[in-house]
Write a protein of this length. Structure first.
Length: 202
């Protein structure tokens, strides 16, 4: 997007700091790789790349940003399709501003799931754009319920015995469960029990 999908050139000397007999072993057609843009000729439209200047830690960090950007791009592409408009128009209308106002537009989209008004108050966006954008954000980024299970042993040596354990678990279910967090207890085989939690927040 930033360079309008232009082709770029990488010299053999910029592929690695090590000595290699064949550069094709490091650069294979059809694969994705991380490189640094070292020069841009705006008049000629030439872009020079370097792979040897990219550190391992930098590549991992950029992969996270790349994955986030793919999600943002997909949501905006779906929104543009729904609105029958050009994708670049949405970027220019509010998407680039989201990158400026937040650490990443992905973070802004994620915040929209809980506080959309806060996000939209920082950019200039129409009601129609809000409607379609929120619909696609909820479709692609809504968190799926997570189930977490654990097993534990529980014993009671008082006169009440198993009744006391059952009453304690029933009270715990009522006290801890709500609309977003639900816990349940199941007897496996005395004295082993299973606790299962269903929540949107893992």
């Amino acid at each position: 997007m930033e360079y309008n999908n232009r082709e770029a050139l990488i010299l053999a000397a910029n592929t690695t700091r090590k000595r290699v007999k064949n550069v094709k072993k490091l650069l294979r057609l059809g694969t994705q790789d991380y490189m640094q843009v070292i020069a841009v000729d705006k008049e000629g439209g030439f872009i020079d790349l370097s792979k040897k200047t990219v550190q391992v830690g930098d590549a991992a960090a950029k992969k996270v940003l790349f994955d986030k950007s793919k999600v943002v791009h997909l949501i905006l592409k779906l929104t543009a399709n729904d609105m029958k408009c050009k994708l670049i128009d949405l970027y220019e209308a509010y998407a680039w501003d989201l990158y400026d106002k937040f650490e990443h537009a992905y973070d802004a989209f994620k915040l929209c799931l809980s506080d959309a008004d806060l996000v939209f108050s920082k950019v200039d966006i129409t009601d129609e754009q809000k409607k379609h954008l929120l619909a696609n954000i909820n479709k692609k980024m809504a968190a799926a319920p997570q189930k977490i299970r654990t097993r534990f042993n529980l014993k009671c040596y008082t006169y009440e015995g198993i009744d006391a354990i059952r009453d304690a678990m029933v009270a715990a279910e009522k006290e801890c469960s709500d609309e977003t967090f639900k816990i349940s207890f199941t007897l496996v085989a005395p004295p082993e029990y299973k606790a299962e939690v269903t929540s949107l927040d893992k």
